[in-house]
Design a protein around this ligand. Structure first.
Ligand code: SF4
Ligand code: SF4
Length: 209
C-alpha cells in the first residue's frame, strides 16, 4: 500500500501521543530509506521525541519551567495535516488564533494563546511542531542538522531553559553509552528505540505538557 507524506505525519503524531504501533510503523517505513543521512537523522530525532512524549515523565520539569517553549521563539508552524485535525476539534473562535499563510501552512504566534498556566489547553491535538519540541524544532536544530554526517548519533541542541529536554537528552545519552559499550558501535535508531522501550515502557498516557 502506498503511504503519502500526510499519512506518515499523522501516524507520527499518533505515535508521539503514545500509540506505539503507529510509531513503529513509521520507523518500519523510514528504515527502507535509512541509508540516507537525512532519514537517519530524522529517525534518531523521532526516538528522542518519543522519549520526551511517551517514555520519560517530564511533567515536573515543565511545570517548574512554566511552559517557556510556548512563550518564546518564532511562530509555531501548523501544517495542513495539523489543521485538518484542529478544524474538527476547535471552535471557530479558537481557529481564528491560527494565522493563515496558505492552504497548507498556518502560524501560532508565541506567547501562544492556547497556553493556560504552564499547560497546553489543546494538548491532545496540538500541532506536530509542539509534539516534536525541541528535538525537531528547526530553529533549535539547524546546526545539528547541518553538521550531521550520518555517523553516530546527532548532537541535538536543547535550550538552556528547557530542563525537560536536558533531562531527556541526559537519559538518552546514558542509554547510547551503555549500548555503544555493549555493541562496540553506536546503536541504530531501532536499537536505541528498543532499549528505551525496554527500560521505560509503561502502558499509560503521554507525559509531556
Ligand atoms: S518542554 Fe522545556 S521549555 Fe517547554 S515547558 Fe517543558 S521544560 Fe519548559
Ligand atoms: S499549541 Fe499548546 S504546546 Fe503548542 S505552543 Fe500553543 S500552548 Fe504550547
Amino acid at each position: 500500500m502506498e503511504i503519502n507524506v500526510d499519512q506518515i505525519n499523522l501516524m507520527t503524531k499518533k505515535g508521539l501521543r503514545g500509540d506505539l504501533k503507529n510509531f513503529e510503523s513509521v520507523l518500519d517505513f523510514l528504515e527502507k530509506y535509512g541509508n540516507a543521512t537525512i532519514v537517519k537523522y530524522g529517525m534518531y530525532s523521532l526516538v528522542f521525541q518519543i522519549a520526551m512524549n511517551k517514555f520519560i515523565d517530564i511533567s515536573k520539569e515543565c511545570e517548574e519551567c512554566g511552559g517557556k517553549c510556548c512563550q518564546i521563539g518564532y511562530p509555531v508552524p501548523v501544517y495542513g495535516f495539523d489543521y485538518e485535525e484542529l478544524r474538527n476539534k476547535l471552535s471557530m473562535e479558537d481557529l481564528k488564533k491560527l494565522e493563515k499563510v496558505d492552504s497548507n501552512l498556518f502560524l501560532l504566534r508565541r506567547p501562544c494563546k492556547f497556553q493556560k498556566g504552564w499547560y497546553c489547553s489543546i494538548h491532545k491535538f496540538k500541532p506536530y511542531a509542539c509534539l516534536s519540541y525541541p528535538f525537531a524544532t528547526e530553529d533549535e536544530q539547524r546546526d545539528a542538522i547541518n553538521s550531521y554526517d550520518g555517523k553516530g548519533i546527532p548532537d541535538f541542541k536543547v535550550p538552556e531553559y528547557c530542563k525537560a529536554g536536558m533531562r531527556v537528552k541526559h537519559i538518552m545519552n546514558q542509554i547510547i553509552t551503555d549500548l555503544t559499550n555493549k555493541l562496540g558501535r553506536p546503536p541504530t535508531p531501532r536499537e536505541l528505540y528498543n532499549e528505551l522501550k525496554s527500560r521505560y515502557y509503561k502502558n499509560e498516557e503521554t507525559t509531556s505538557k
